[in-house]
Write a protein that binds this ligand. Structure first.
Ligand code: G3H
Ligand code: PYR
Length: 212
């Protein structure tokens, strides 16, 4: 169990912000990953929300060695197995099920479940997890909820995600129980559509400076 937590920590501690990526065009995967990883955001969450997501993970894993590519929107056991086969280095979900916890127990890659309440968190602790996505962060209580969780669950670390932007991120990152934050704000839809890697790279560099 300790080694599983250490494996998740190594990923979550690698950057102050985890870009949450929804890739529609496979050819965007590698230049997008490079724009982010080369500007200080190596940990990438490619959501399984598009037809090309799995192929995008494969390409990034193969062609962007300085990226730590993971899969997001992992909803069921089959997703976890498929992304592990595709070369994802971790998997992360917007919620969690008993089926996913069971699959995670034997998965080749670390799994980071998401919780939004104290009861969900306690279920995760029972399953041997101690690092969680907090989703949807802003609407599930935001910074106040993170501060409150630090009382009874002082040893638990979080990656708040959902509704966070450059203005909101610093308040989360100032908390001792927040390891990193997730979000999509550094990849504006218009910049991605225009393949404006310079703009995305600059926004990524701003994120990388958020802590330290
Ligand atoms: O579905 C939301 C993603 O997890 C990222 O959240 P965001 O677009 O609010 O930053
Ligand atoms: C939203 C989110 O956390 C996910 O798609 O994995």
């Amino acid at each position: 169990m300790e080694s599983r937590i250490a494996a998740v920590d190594a990923i979550l501690r690698a950057a102050p912000v985890v870009p949450v990526l929804t890739i529609e065009r496979l050819d965007d995967a590698v230049p997008l990953a490079r724009a982010l990883a080369d500007n200080g955001l190596p940990v990438l969450e490619v959501t399984l929300r598009t037809d090309v997501a799995r192929a995008a993970i494969e390409r990034i894993a193969r062609e962007v060695p300085n990226a730590i590519v993971g899969a997001g929107t992992v909803l069921k056991r089959e997703d976890l197995l498929a992304v592990s086969d595709a070369g994802a280095q971790f998997a992360i979900s917007p919620g969690v099920t008993d089926g996913l916890y069971a699959a995670a127990a034997t998965s080749a890659i670390p799994f980071i479940p998401a919780i939004a309440t104290a009861s969900e968190l306690m279920h995760g602790l029972d399953e041997g997890h101690a690092r969680f996505k907090f989703f949807p962060a802003e609407s599930a209580g935001g910074v106040g909820a993170m501060k409150a969780f630090a009382g009874p669950f002082a040893h638990v670390g979080f990656c708040p995600t959902g509704g966070i932007d450059a203005a909101k991120a610093p308040a989360y990152l100032a908390l001792p129980n927040v390891i990193t934050v997730g979000g999509s704000w550094m990849v504006p839809k218009d910049a991605l559509a225009a393949r404006d890697w310079d703009t995305i790279g600059k926004l990524a560099a701003d994120c990388a400076r958020l802590r330290g």
